[in-house]
Design a protein around this ligand. Structure first.
Ligand code: PAZ
Length: 344
């Protein structure tokens, strides 16, 4: 059996071949949107055509053979390189737990999943074993010169293995990596444009933590920043705002699909207001709000008409119930209503 479909290249290596072209103007002429300016002034990753082919084949396979709904789950944090030959970068908080766990529940509920994730962050199924002990060898034991799974893990591992095998056999999980915010934006755009053909049966579940600020390519240092670049011992870095792409996604790239975005805050007093503002600004269907401190145990669903919390009880937390097991069936309910209201 072949492994889960994963494209074979790495996004975490810097693109050393791409020298900076200083002729690219930092600000393109007026009258075009910030989003268009971004794509005009920043090159796509060299591997993008390969990814587009993978995504197209995955969508085609399910359209022709299974008629499954397809969800694009984004997961993990994007980086902002400080140098073109990247030694330093700014990172965004996210282990990928929300995305990887949610992807498993979508698969269990019959969806096919395109998992757009930060390379080396948590993945569906392997997440149960990759970060939970010091080393994967902790799950194993030696018996008469042979390696076996430690008996205290076998029951749970068998359940995970069966689900993993099923995802492989049904070709329902496509893993696509990103590292930088530029790779993320280009890949999201390409995936969305390919998913356009699915109309309302496509779902976007945007759990990735995407950088709000970046250094435009025209200002990026080509080589490692030297200490001599400091002034009075201080390094000044000017960051520009990353254009807000959600409106492009909703209105153009995958018009007709359903969109769920996430809002992470640390101040509970502003969470629902910020989620409501996002809905008003981007005209999509659902924002899931969460606080950094409590994100594993409670989330708030905010729609244009309503907001309500999903909270795990003390007992559920003790029993290691995953909040995504409550969230995903509810998201799917919203998606089913969306499809009924917007038949293709
Ligand atoms: O990956 P993780 O489980 O550690 O964290 C998930 C999360 C908090 C990044 C996600 O639930 C979220 O809120 N994403 C959107 C972040 C934002 O507001 O940009």
């Amino acid at each position: 059996m072949s492994p889960i479909h994963q494209v074979q290249f790495h996004t975490s290596f810097p693109d050393t071949s791409a020298a900076i072209d200083r002729r690219i103007p930092e600000f393109a002429p007026a009258h075009i949107s910030d989003e268009d300016k971004y794509f005009r002034n920043h090159e796509p990753p060299a591997y993008l055509p390969e990814i587009e082919k993978e995504i197209e084949q995955f969508i085609q396979f399910h359209k022709e053979n299974t008629n499954r709904r397809i969800v694009l789950v984004t997961s993990g944090g994007t980086t902002v390189p400080l140098e073109n030959n990247t030694v330093r970068f700014i990172d965004n908080f996210s282990a990928g737990t929300r995305g990887a766990t949610s992807a498993e529940y979508f698969l269990e509920n019959g969806y096919a999943v395109i998992f757009l994730h930060r390379e080396y962050s948590l993945l569906p199924y392997s997440r149960h074993y990759s970060h939970s002990t010091n080393c994967f060898l902790d799950f194993m034991t030696e018996n008469n010169g042979k390696i076996e799974i430690n008996s205290k893990y076998t029951e749970e591992m068998l359940l995970v293995l069966r689900k993993y095998n099923q995802a492989q056999a049904n070709n329902t999980l496509l893993l696509i990596p990103f590292t930088t915010v530029n790779q993320y934006l280009y890949t999201l755009k390409s995936a969305a444009e390919k998913m356009h053909v699915l109309g309302s049966t496509a779902l976007f579940y945007l759990a990735a933590a995407v950088s709000d600020f970046f250094i435009p390519k025209s200002r990026l240092s080509e080589h490692k920043i030297q200490s001599s670049a400091t002034v009075d011992g201080q390094l000044q870095i000017n960051l520009s705002q990353v254009p807000k792409f959600l409106s492009r996604l909703v209105d153009n790239w995958a018009q007709g699909a359903m969109f769920v975005s996430f809002k992470l805050e640390t101040d509970s007093n502003i969470l629902i207001q910020k989620a409501t503002t996002a809905l008003e600004r981007y005209h999509h269907q659902l924002v899931i709000g969460n606080l950094l401190q409590t994100r594993k145990n409670e989330v708030v669903f905010v729609t244009p008409n309503d907001s309500h919390w999903i909270k795990l009880t003390e007992d559920e937390i003790k029993d290691h119930i995953e909040i995504e097991s409550r969230m995903i069936p509810e998201v799917i309910k919203h998606h089913s209503e969306w499809i009924t209201q917007h038949p293709n």
